[in-house]
Design a protein around this ligand. Structure first.
Ligand code: AMP
Ligand code: ZN
Length: 141
């Protein structure tokens, strides 16, 4: 399914869906896409999005809940290879920290006891690091 155009303009995640913007893509099916977060909190921090442009979980048609959760679970299973400890997060609204208004779940692997969320500014993911993570999180042969 093609992404719908967001109301009133450009959306970076729609651009990644349409391959107008670069993304380190991990997974794609008819309705969902997953790719690495470009400012990761930890190694393997990724985002799972519906291809359809909606801002919020409550805007997603109910018929798309199951495929979206399926994609999330597929990626969580792959993240288990890196760490079986991870946060799944959904920020809704600016006050909750949402900065990209295209619905997305974060999956953030956790390593050791360190809290990764206080780090600011976050370091941009290098292409080299991304290649190594994409290899680790690729679909199992
Ligand atoms: P949120 O605060 O939940 O809206 O998170 C948006 C996330 O998208 C942040 O963690 C950003 O680092 C990430 N992000 C923004 N632009 C891109 C991009 N072009 N490619 C990958 N991740 C991005
Ligand atoms: Zn969008």
């Amino acid at each position: 399914m093609a992404a719908s155009v967001p109301e009133g303009g450009v959306c970076i995640f729609c651009d990644i869906v349409a391959r107008r913007a670069p993304g380190h893509i991990l997974y794609e099916d008819d309705t969902s896409l997953a790719f690495l977060d470009i400012f990761p909190f930890t190694r393997g921090h990724l985002l799972v999005i519906p291809k359809r442009h909606v801002d919020r979980i409550t805007d997603l048609p109910e018929t798309e809940y199951a495929p979206f959760l399926h994609a999330l679970a597929v990626l969580c299973r792959r993240v288990d290879r890196l760490s079986t400890h991870y946060n799944v997060a959904l920020n809704q609204g600016a006050l909750a920290g949402q900065i990209v208004f295209h619905l997305h779940f974060h999956v953030i692997p956790r390593y050791g006891n360190a809290n990764p969320f206080g780090v600011s500014p976050r370091e941009r993911l290098s292409d080299e690091a991304a290649r190594s993570i994409v290899a680790d999180l690729a679909e199992a042969p």
